[in-house]
Design a protein around this ligand. Structure first.
Ligand SMILES: [Zn+2]
Length: 323
């Protein structure tokens, strides 16, 4: 048993597993990018394995929830009280003009700044648009489209932004070829069951020269490397494609896009503050000494052992479809 498994055998650790709530993942899958079944174990999280493909080195979760299980999962957690609460008991409510909403818009400052620099009159698609956090600070006059599963978020965003929101799964979305000038995906790609097919569709929907923005957790971040199983962005029910800056760059390039730059939002976000910096030092110390603490019978709570936010944890890729 490794340290994480030992920690999870105590009630404090079980809270992490229960929060993920991955009870019986049904689908044992091969590499989502190259289909190879040859893989080595990276680490285990509850009932799931994080694997590294032997052929293309991509990391992914298997077994994972099947599509049917996943849709049910999203239905249950979508904007529910439990979903909106994290281990530090901060509430994530992005409706209306809560402080949380303003913070979450600030966290997307790269996506918004890059779009505003690129165009002020465009057809824009936001995949997984939620409550329209990306739309709110766009300047200019745009035709806004979104794809979103949560009925509550769809109704809100349609009304607030006069946007054309398609209430469907991304697999079922249909658009004309070369229709959009900009396509944004904030925290979507790590969830996709079939990233290769979806990226082919996106390539078709975007016009030549169009802008593609993709944000994801970055599992090559220094914090991810130190904390491994305790990286706060691990969530094996939902985060099944374990992208690193290099693998995301490669994947987008292979999908036909030219990657211009990768950004790491942190210093202008809500997460760059004294409280989080102190937590970073404290939690890292607790993480490093955890095997000893467990031996001595001190079992820290999840908020003291999971990684705090830090520079590098999140990446935003700016890419273009070649003319
Ligand atoms: Zn592979």
């Amino acid at each position: 048993m490794n340290t994480f498994e030992k920690y999870c055998s105590y009630p404090q650790g079980r809270r992490i597993i229960e929060k993920w709530n991955c009870l019986e993942p049904e689908d044992a899958v091969g590499c989502p990018l190259c289909n190879s079944k040859e893989a080595t174990l990276w680490y285990k999280l509850g009932n799931t394995n994080t694997l590294k493909c032997r052929r293309c080195c991509f990391k992914y979760v298997s077994p994972r929830l099947s599509k049917k299980q996943l849709l049910k999962y999203y239905e249950n957690i979508s904007y529910s009280e439990a979903f909106m609460m994290d281990f530090e008991l901060r509430k994530h409510d992005c409706f209306n003009d809560s402080v949380e909403r303003k913070n979450k818009i600030r966290d997307r400052h790269y996506e918004i700044e890059i779009t505003n620099k690129f165009t002020n009159c465009a057809r824009i698609l936001d995949i997984g648009c939620g409550t329209g956090l990306y739309f709110e600070r766009l300047s200019g006059n745009h035709e806004l489209h979104g794809i979103e599963l949560s009925q509550k978020a769809v109704a809100y965003t349609r009304k607030r932004f006069n946007a054309l929101i398609h209430e469907c799964d991304i697999d079922d979305a249909v658009f004309k070829e070369d229709y959009f000038d900009v396509i944004n995906m904030t925290y979507v790609i790590e969830h996709l069951l079939n990233p290769v097919q979806i990226m082919k569709n996106i390539y078709k929907w975007l016009r030549p020269g169009g802008l593609l923005l993709v944000s994801s957790p970055n599992w090559s971040a220094i914090v991810s490397r130190i904390y491994r199983e305790f990286f706060r962005l691990n969530d094996p029910c939902q985060h099944i494609n374990i992208f690193e800056n290099k693998s995301l760059d490669d994947f987008l390039s292979k999908s036909g896009f030219s990657v211009k730059k990768i950004y790491y939002p942190y210093f202008k976000t809500e997460y760059f503050n004294k409280y989080e910096i102190i937590r970073l030092f404290r939690n890292t110390l607790i993480k490093i000494t955890l095997p000893l603490s467990i031996m001595m019978g001190y079992i820290p709570d999840p908020e003291k052992i999971l990684s705090p936010p830090f520079w590098g944890n999140i990446m935003v890729v700016e890419a273009y479809k070649g003319e």
